[in-house]
Design a protein around this ligand. Structure first.
Ligand code: FES
Length: 162
């Protein structure tokens, strides 16, 4: 890490803490970022899925062909942990076929030092579809989504008591 990067780097957690849980949500300058450990590699990407803003923290890590992905819990696109590519699969064929839709999710840099992990926000001007979920325009939509999710959970809770 160079001196300029050193200034931008934010301490996220210890390496051991992340290894224990596999993924961890952090917030840097108001941006929610998901940090991963998978097969010895540490990576980070935007927390909200490029497709419709699904919360990737609630997804599982799966191998989709040659891609190691976090699978979005809303519509099952995979997001490659190292490239941010969106992956979809035809699983009705044997073997399943996985294709990339291209890089959709903004990735951030992770550095390891003295047993700790540091994240540097990727402020590259290149647009990524996941950027939309960090705009003011999306905030009101997000609040509506969260209210709808809360109402659904409440309803399911009531149904399970019957
Ligand atoms: S919101 Fe993630 S796949 Fe649709």
């Amino acid at each position: 890490m160079g001196a300029a990067q050193e200034k931008e780097a934010v301490l996220a957690c210890s390496k051991e803490d992340l290894i224990a849980v596999g993924k961890k949500l952090i917030n840097i300058k108001g941006r929610e970022i998901l940090l991963f450990h998978y097969k010895g590699e540490f990576t980070a990407m935007d927390q909200f899925c490029f497709h419709q803003g699904g919360p990737l923290i609630a997804g599982d890590i799966e191998e989709m062909g040659k891609y190691n992905c976090i699978v979005c819990p809303w519509h099952n696109y995979g997001l490659c942990l190292t490239s941010g590519e969106a992956i979809y699969g035809y699983t009705g064929v044997d073997p399943p076929v996985y294709k990339s839709l291209g890089k959709k999710q903004r990735m951030h840099q992770v550095h390891e030092r003295d047993g700790n992990l540091y994240v540097i926000l990727n402020t590259d001007p290149e647009k990524h579809e996941s950027d939309y979920y960090y705009t003011e325009k999306y905030q009101s939509v997000r609040e509506e989504n969260e209210a709808r999710e809360w109402a659904l959970q409440k309803r399911l809770g009531l149904l399970s008591k019957r």
